[in-house]
Ligand binder design. Structure first.
Ligand SMILES: NC(=O)c1ccc[n+]([C@@H]2O[C@H](COP(=O)([O-])OP(=O)(O)OC[C@H]3O[C@@H](n4cnc5c(N)ncnc54)[C@H](OP(=O)(O)O)[C@@H]3O)[C@@H](O)[C@H]2O)c1
Length: 295
């Protein structure tokens, strides 16, 4: 039985946001620039609306500019691409984020590929994906980069660690694999066709879970002492009509087994938003050939 440490993503995010705010202030004093993030929301998915609101609030609190483009669900792909072209051409815009998922009639890949890679603060454009895997300077997807920041606090030297990632999405699992490889971990990617996910998971000194299945990972899936990062956000209905958020890991069962674990909420979510602001500031500096702050 180990004492399981709680990884406080909220506190870590507050620390990073304070650094971003200081760097943004210094940039403004030096160059008169206020980095601008443009967020596009198509349709009225309630979860997406909450995410966009939180992103906008955090952006302004850090001293950056936030502009929201709210489009109806009936928006055509052509109209969305035209808006992206306008934002690409607008010198004042540093970051463009299209909130996913998009309505079914719009091809998300075509939309991602239309964003100027220098303004692609989500890091999903194929140019940024290729640079990340090639070990070159890229805009890095926010959630997996946030997970690395949380991991580095608990495991200062990740080299040689067995890292197991559950989930292979383009948004989380795959970039997570690239980042942990870059940290010199031995990486295993587990997906829905993997044989015996539980025993693969149990190999991990580091276990990152991004499957979108409430409490899929039981206590018995966790290697004693492992550091567990729970990316999952699942809304579970309660009998009173309300709902509560749970992760992809059975949090209570992990107590006494995991060496450290992120809670849901309050773990990966807040650090993801902080990393979006970090990318916006970095994009603003990189585009203008200005020195990048150490964040
Ligand atoms: N905290 C944050 O800021 C943040 C950000 C992004 C996502 N999330 C959350 O993270 C979760 C995952 O998101 P996502 O976008 O990566 O999801 P996704 O695109 O649905 O991908 C899920 C992945 O999990 C794999 N999977 C499904 N069932 C599995 C099983 N039984 N065993 C092993 N692998 C399994 C799938 O395998 P296949 O490829 O074989 O189908 C797929 O690769 C969701 O709950 C999402 O809400 C949170």
């Amino acid at each position: 039985m180990v004492a399981t440490k709680l990884i406080d993503g909220k506190a870590r995010a507050a620390l990073l946001c304070a650094k971003i705010a200081a760097a943004a202030k210094a940039l403004n004093t030096r160059s008169g620039i206020i980095p601008r993030l443009s967020v596009i929301l198509v349709g009225d998915d309630p979860a997406s609306e909450v995410y966009v609101r939180s992103k906008g609030k955090a952006t302004i609190e850090a001293g950056l500019q936030s502009v929201e483009h709210k489009l109806p669900a009936s928006t055509s792909e052509a109209d969305l691409l035209a808006l992206i072209a306008r934002l690409n051409a607008d010198e004042a815009v540093d970051g463009i984020l299209v909130q996913l998922p998009l309505p079914k009639a719009i091809d998300p890949q075509r939309v991602i590929e239309a964003i100027d890679p220098a303004k692609d603060v989500d890091g999903f454009h194929p140019q940024n994906v290729g640079k990340l895997w090639g070990g070159r300077k890229a805009l890095i997807p926010c959630t997996p980069f946030g997970c690395v920041l949380l991991l580095r606090d608990v495991v200062p030297n990740l080299a040689g660690a067995e890292a197991v990632i559950l989930g292979r999405s383009n948004i989380v699992g795959k970039p997570m694999a690239a980042l942990l490889l870059a940290e010199n971990c031995t990486v295993t990617l587990v997906h829905s066709r993997s044989r015996d996910a539980a025993s693969l998971a149990r190999r991990g000194d580091i276990l990152v879970v991004a499957v979108g299945k409430p409490e899929l990972v039981r206590g018995s899936w966790i290697k004693p002492g492992a550091v567990v990062i729970d990316v999952g956000i699942n809304r579970m209905p309660l009998p009173d009509g309300k709902s509560r958020l749970v992760g992809d890991v059975a949090f209570a069962e992990a107590q006494g087994i995991a060496g450290a674990i992120t809670p849901v909420p309050g773990g990966v979510g807040p650090i993801t938003i902080a990393c979006l602001l970090r990318n916006t500031l970095i994009a603003a500096c990189r585009r203008r050939g200005l020195p990048e702050p150490e964040l």
